[in-house]
Design a protein around this ligand. Structure first.
Ligand code: GDP
Ligand code: GDP
Length: 437
């Protein structure tokens, strides 16, 4: 379900990314183990007092031109005001209260969003005095923190989490496939929404998706119900603002979380860029079924090898998502559009697939007999049994004698064997190794 968003806003060098990393730190280590998953994080997840949230460090928005720092901080603040549920406004005790802190403070104040004021670099109690001047910003008691020492971060999270709203989400019946269209600006998301709906007369109505302005459009085709979770229809601002990667990534994240199937749009005319990888990586990490949709295929000059070559490029760029099928189409001319929904149905089924324990154990047993698990200092990893514990995404637990002996490469081998037997096309698989002798 949709998790609330906490954004960190503040001038460059106050310590935003230091604090961001402290909050999401442990979690990243897990996902970054996987080859091909990008390391340049914009967005992370955290949990505090049992409440899960997304957190974004809005820093690093680059703008050219004069007064660029102030402009970029203003942009961060706008982004946070629009997208976040709680804003951590960070300043620097060493630098003291600056004019730009005051200016951004005023913007944030006017927004009426819940704000937590954090004063970083309070590395020792002697600096507490320096915190008081920040009272003047009007956000109540500043929370003194030190990113270097990891101090005050618990207090900061207490304050931020206590201000998070309850997020209401629309519930859909289990037989409805929730589809998110994601991709960078101009890739053709709105056009694809229109193309899909244009062919379809049975549009029920638009549903205001969440308390946060997502537009859900339900429709039905050939007896299957869908709801399109539209990020494209939500834009309010100009292209410059929108093309900042953080903006589109935040939007994409929100849609991905609420979806079963992510359509990752790629611009067939321009090819793949880094931003596509970030967006695809989030769908993967969120455990959603995914399809690469190569749009604008009408304008690509092609011969009989073009599609295969493009598919190879996608495979090379998205090593960690070799399970995702690729569909080529044109949202504009609607050519090949009819191919899309059958693939959506298929990956959605695979995402919800549940394999019986005895079938799984037969396959894993054969895989182990063919290629035995690693040994270490005379000890051998022993796989006792395997069972699927969840769907969406399919999640499989491998019970073994010594979990720390399970290597990534062996897990990958088992995953490949499981996929070879049961397919699971379009969906990530989650494998966990647990001790049970
Ligand atoms: P950002 O630009 O706001 O993301 O700031 P960074 O996280 O990159 O930090 C800027 C600089 O401040 C780095 O050199 C950090 O090591 C330093 N820094 C971060 N937190 C603290 C702190 O609590 N105390 C001190 N003394 N330095 C810090
Ligand atoms: P969004 O920002 O991802 O929602 O992209 P839009 O749907 O607004 O499309 C951006 C531009 O690409 C518009 O000018 C569309 O007409 C154009 N476009 C979208 N799909 C196609 C397509 O399949 N072929 C061509 N040639 N242009 C397209």
């Amino acid at each position: 379900m949709a998790r609330p968003v906490i954004a960190i806003v503040g001038r460059p060098n106050v310590g935003k990314s230091t604090i961001f990393n402290r909050i999401v730190g442990d979690r990243l280590a897990i996902v970054e183990d996987k080859p091909g998953v990008t390391r340049d994080r914009l967005y992370g997840t955290g949990e505090w007092n049992g409440i899960a949230f997304n957190i974004v460090d809005t820093g690093g928005i680059e703008i050219d031109g004069e007064d660029e720092i102030m402009k970029s901080v203003r942009m961060q603040a706008e982004l946070a005001i629009e997208e976040a549920d709680v804003i951590i406004f960070m300043a620097d005790a060493k630098a003291g209260l600056t004019h730009s802190d005051e200016e951004v403070g005023q913007m944030l104040f006017r927004s009426r969003k819940p704000i937590v004021l954090a004063i970083n670099k309070v590395d020792n109690a002697g600096r507490m005095d320096e915190v008081y001047e920040f009272y003047g910003l009007g956000f109540g008691e500043p929370i003194a923190i030190s990113g270097s020492h990891g101090m005050g971060i618990g207090d900061l999270l207490d304050a931020a989490v206590s201000k998070l709203p309850e997020i209401e989400d629309v519930e859909y019946e289990d037989d409805v496939i929730r589809v998110a269209l994601i991709g960078r600006p101009n890739v053709g998301k709105s056009s694809l929404v229109n193309a899909l709906l244009g062919e379809e007369r049975v549009i029920v109505s638009n549903v205001a998706g969440t308390t946060r302005d997502a537009i859900d459009t339900p429709f039905e085709r050939d007896g299957q119900k869908y709801v399109l979770i539209d990020t494209a229809g939500m834009r309010k601002r100009g292209k410059v603002y929108e093309s900042t990667e953080k903006y589109s990534v935040m939007r994409a994240m929100k849609a991905i979380e609420r979806a079963d199937v992510a359509l990752i749009l790629i611009n067939g005319e321009e090819g793949i860029i880094e931003q596509d990888k970030h967006i695809a990586g989030y769908a993967h990490e969120a455990g959603k079924a995914s399809i690469f949709v190569v749009n604008k295929w009408d304008v690509v000059e092609k011969d009989e090898k073009t599609m295969q070559a493009f598919s190879q490029t996608i495979r090379d760029h998205f090593l960690f998502m070799s399970y995702a099928p690729i569909v080529y189409l044109s949202a504009l001319t609607k050519s090949r559009l009819h191919k899309l929904l059958p693939v959506v149905n298929h990956v959605s089924e695979q995402h919800a697939l549940r394999i019986q324990t005895h079938l799984l154990n037969d396959i894993v047993g054969d895989a182990v007999a063919y290629n035995p698990p690693p040994t270490d200092k005379g000890k051998r990893l022993k796989i006792n049994y395997v069972t699927q514990v969840a769907t969406k995404p399919p999640t499989i637990v491998i019970f073994v004698n010594e979990p720390e002996m399970m290597h990534f490469s062996y897990e990958r081998y088992l995953e490949n064997k499981i996929r070879a037997a049961f397919n699971f096309e379009g969906t990530p698989l989650r494998l966990f190794t647990r001790r049970k002798s």
